[in-house]
Write a protein that binds this ligand. Structure first.
Ligand code: ZN
Length: 189
């Protein structure tokens, strides 16, 4: 799947919008990416997760672990296509934890997250998986928003690596032109 095809999926599902947005960092941007929109349309999600699955088969993993909430549906769909198991970790008192009877037993793990920006949640899950005596083989996401800057210490496979341009409010060309700014409700910016 080419970068253009991935972007087309985002556009088809309304996951990539252009306009004038306030990011969680406080910076302004003319593009907004909402990965959750991809999963509103299972046929689009199936294509993207299928393309990612193909890149992951050779690692020989037997388990997918994803962070709640963003990674859960994606982790499930990739595991379904790869024919391996999946579980998710969630925050309890601010700390990534396995609940619901989820556990690892000397597994070979792929960590799945929909969008990687700073990679903070993924790094926490890498520690969690290792603390349970299992091995992290690879991290995978649909989008790498760090544009290749994030380093997990293991291979990082993704379908689209891009950095969205952003501006300090005082330098923002959209502000200068008087276009109203909106703040979408998501941490995935
Ligand atoms: Zn602005």
């Amino acid at each position: 799947m080419t970068k253009e095809q991935v972007l087309k999926s985002f556009k088809n599902t309304g996951g990539l919008l252009s306009g004038h947005f306030i990011l969680t960092s406080g910076r302004h941007s003319d593009a907004y990416m909402q990965c959750a929109k991809l999963f509103v349309q299972p046929n689009e999600a199936e294509k993207l997760c299928g393309a990612l699955s193909k890149k992951l088969t050779s690692f020989g993993a037997d388990m997918i672990v994803s962070p709640a909430v963003g990674g859960i549906i994606m982790g499930y769909e990739v595991s379904r296509q790869m024919g391996i198991k999946n579980i998710f970790a969630e925050r309890v008192d601010g700390k990534m934890t396995f609940r619901r009877g989820f556990e690892l037993n000397k597994n070979k793990v792929i960590i799945i997250e929909d969008v990687v920006t700073t990679g903070g949640s993924v790094k926490e899950i890498i520690e969690l998986v290792r603390s349970q005596g299992s091995e992290v083989l690879v991290v995978a996401s649909i989008v790498d928003r760090s544009n290749g800057k994030v380093d997990f210490g293991v291979p990082f496979v993704n379908l689209l690596s891009m950095e969205v341009l952003s501006y300090l409010p005082e330098d923002c060309p959209m502000c200068k032109s008087g276009q109203p700014a909106v703040k979408p409700g998501s941490r995935s910016l």
